[in-house]
Design a protein. Structure first.
Length: 183
């Protein structure tokens, strides 16, 4: 991000802030949607984070930290949205006939299985997974963006991946496997 644009925006330049927003909004929405798994909630979280950015920008001490700062604002807004307890709404995505390949059913089933497992994570765990694995941030930057110690970020990532593996293994067990283990 261009430091001078951040500095101009911090002084109240609306055009500079619009430029920052234009450069950041797609990334922010993508992260919020991955954390929240709900497009409407992701839009709300993104909007909340941008409003907070506009209001708080004059207090940003280091303009070079714009991106990390907006990650933090966005993740906090996503946590608030997740706390609203909006019920799960299933979504059906229609595929064009030419998009279907021979193993499309298996790929769709795998994606659905992973989605159910990912939904089992808390928003805090989803945030670490999204920022690290989807956005490619090193754990030290994830920790800075979330405002947590690096060790906590590593622990959350470890626990999130462990939870995902357990949820996927539980999904893959056949009904008879489950019955044998219970009885």
């Amino acid at each position: 991000m261009d430091r001078s644009v951040v500095e101009r925006a911090a002084r109240g330049d609306r055009d500079a802030f619009a430029l920052l927003t234009a450069r950041s909004i797609d990334r922010m929405y993508r992260i919020a949607e991955r954390i929240l798994r709900d497009p409407e909630a992701a839009r709300d979280a993104t909007q909340q984070a941008l409003v907070e950015a506009w209001r708080g920008l004059p207090s940003l001490r280091d303009p070079d930290r714009w991106e990390a700062w907006t990650y933090r604002l966005l993740v906090r807004a996503a946590y608030r949205e997740a706390g609203r307890g909006q019920p799960f709404v299933g979504r059906v995505r229609l595929l064009a006939n030419d998009a279907i390949v021979t193993d499309a059913a298996g790929a769709i089933a795998d994606r659905d299985e992973l989605e159910r497992a990912f939904r089992s994570l808390s928003p805090e765990h989803r945030a670490v997974v999204v920022l690290h694995h989807c956005e490619g941030l090193p754990l030290t930057e994830v920790a800075a963006a979330l405002g947590i110690p690096a060790g906590t970020a590593r622990s959350r990532l470890h626990n999130a991946l462990r939870t995902l593996r357990a949820a996927l293994e539980a999904e893959r067990r056949t009904p008879s496997d489950r019955k044998d283990r219970a009885g």
